[in-house]
Design a protein around this ligand. Structure first.
Ligand code: PMP
Length: 301
């Protein structure tokens, strides 16, 4: 199943996996100059597609990259690629790079941005992580300050996150917690963090330097609707160690309970009641929401 006859969107054409290539002169490849989104498809519906596309266009604006498609055209291209792959449950990777240029840095030398849409089956963390909770560790590498490389921009320059992932690998962990240059807890290498303290839900504010996750925004809204008090507040590792519950959110991971951090047991070391309640609410919401891809099931062989 892994290498089924998938179709990849490359600059307006749907091509087979083997033909899906980009130039070695693409500044996305040479310099990580570009932006991307990761989006989920649940039961034939694309989850929060508009929100992901809006964030893509915000990242584009911040790096002065002109996306060669309008938001509506991009939405159509994503739907077409999902339909062509016939996967009702999938992960979409949407990439817009600066495009081919010369070997210098200058983005003005890149005349045609590259647009790629990949639709793949999703592989989540092992199920045990959702049942028993994840073990986290704080890492040495810091998330960049917003005035250096703002983590709010979802750019192809993910080396900071990869350095964190390397620390995770060395410790035998699947995810790690990152601090900013001032020592505030900001986010995990590819997920946002939430704590539960005396019945209240707390998450770092965007200005400390995080990606404002779409899942984060959904969880804040679902928790607020369910009557929980949610606050965006700076937190230190002390707060993480002493939380009653903690969980991560992200498109691929969805919601993951955290059981330990830096060897400290969080709460009683089991997914807590508020975490479990929100996970349930999220699952129900995710299945019912989203832009339906017309004729998707008709194409499934
Ligand atoms: N932070 C980082 C650094 C990320 O890469 C991601 C996306 N994987 C997230 C948070 C979560 O964002 P979203 O919920 O939009 O996937």
């Amino acid at each position: 199943m892994a290498h089924r006859a998938s179709k990849v969107y490359v600059n307006g054409s749907l091509v087979s996996r083997n033909e899906a290539t980009v130039s070695v002169f693409d500044h996305g490849f040479l310099y990580g100059d570009g932006i991307f989104e990761g989006i989920r498809v649940y039961e034939g519906r694309i989850f929060k597609l508009k929100e992901h596309l809006e964030r893509l266009f915000m990242s584009a604006k911040a790096i002065m990259l002109t996306v060669p498609l309008s938001l509506e055209e991009m939405q159509e291209a994503v739907m077409e690629t999902v339909r062509a792959n016939g996967l009702p449950d999938a992960y979409i990777r949407l990439v817009v790079s600066r495009g081919p240029g010369d070997l210098g840095l200058d983005p003005l030398r890149c005349s045609r941005p590259t647009v790629i849409i990949i639709v793949e089956e999703i592989s989540l963390y092992p199920q045990t992580v959702y049942q028993n909770g994840l073990e986290l560790a704080s890492v040495v590498v810091r998330r960049p300050a917003p005035d250096a490389l703002n983590p709010a921009m979802k750019t192809l320059n993910y080396l900071n996150n990869i350095l964190a992932k390397i620390e995770a690998n060395q410790r035998g962990l699947v995810e790690v917690l990152m601090l900013n240059h001032e020592g505030w807890v900001v986010e995990a290498s590819a997920d946002n963090i939430f704590l539960v303290r005396r019945g209240e839900i707390v998450t770092p504010p965007t200005y400390v330097g995080i990606l404002n996750g779409i899942t984060r925004q959904v969880v804040i809204a679902l928790a607020t609707d369910a009557g929980y008090r949610v606050r965006e507040e700076n937190m230190t590792l002390f707060d993480v160690y002493n939380a009653d519950e903690a969980f991560l959110t992200g498109t691929a991971a969805e919601m993951v309970p955290v059981a330990r951090c830096d060897g400290r047991v969080i709460g009683d070391g089991q997914p807590g009641p508020i975490t479990k309640d929100l996970i349930e609410r999220f699952r129900i919401y995710a299945k019912g929401e989203g832009v339906l891809v017309p004729r998707l099931n008709a194409i499934q062989a």
